[in-house]
Design a protein around this ligand. Structure first.
Ligand code: 5GP
Length: 176
């Protein structure tokens, strides 16, 4: 059985690319003339970041940060470890964090608090997905791809046990 046949499509590859183009144009408009650094959160946001950066027609810098949540695998504990740090300082820069999904919001809360200690000029969030029904802390998402229901989604960078990241659309597992 092919990888994609195990999934039900929630957002098609075409719908994602259309939304990425819209977000890129909005970001290019908002950050014109500013010293912009995109900070992609590993590993889930890499496909989104790679497509989004090509839709932003501005000179910009690119960096990545790796985070992992302690505790249960299925639920964020809010206790987060930086597994791979930014390669350069962000002091005085306009930082746009690129994330795959904001679920409880606890991971992003930790990241925002951590980045603030490095004195950037501003920090905003661009998240591909948001699950508002599960929010445990209010996270302002300046740029949002899609709102999703309370389901475990995979594809376009999002994994299930490290698999499915390479699926070109966002889907949910069909019952087996
Ligand atoms: P939060 O701290 O907001 O609860 O969790 C954020 C992280 O949990 C995301 O970056 C992602 O790694 C993971 N996550 C939350 N919901 C899902 C989901 O539906 N599918 C996948 N693949 N990962 C998720």
């Amino acid at each position: 059985m092919k990888l994609a046949e195990k999934l039900e499509v929630l957002h098609s590859a075409e719908a994602i690319q259309k939304r990425v183009t819209e977000l890129g144009a909005q970001i290019a408009h908002d950050y014109a003339g500013k010293d912009l650094v995109l900070v992609g959160v590993l590993k889930g946001a890499i496909l989104f970041a790679a497509d989004l950066c090509r839709a932003i027609d501005l000179p910009l810098a690119f960096d990545f940060i790796g985070l992992s949540s302690y505790g249960e695998a299925t639920e964020s504990s809010g206790v987060v470890k930086i597994t791979s740090d930014l390669s350069r300082p962000i002091e005085g820069k306009h930082v746009l964090v690129i994330e795959d999904i904001i679920d409880t919001g606890l991971t992003m809360r930790y990241l925002l608090d951590n980045l603030a200690t490095r004195h950037p000029a501003s920090v905003k969030i661009c998240s591909l997905l948001h699950k508002p029904s599960r929010a445990r802390t209010r996270i302002p998402i300046e740029y949002l791809g899609f709102t999703v229901p309370d389901l475990f989604v995979v594809g376009y960078g999002l994994d299930a046990g490290e698999k499915y990241r390479n699926v070109p659309f966002i889907g949910v597992m069909k019952p087996s």
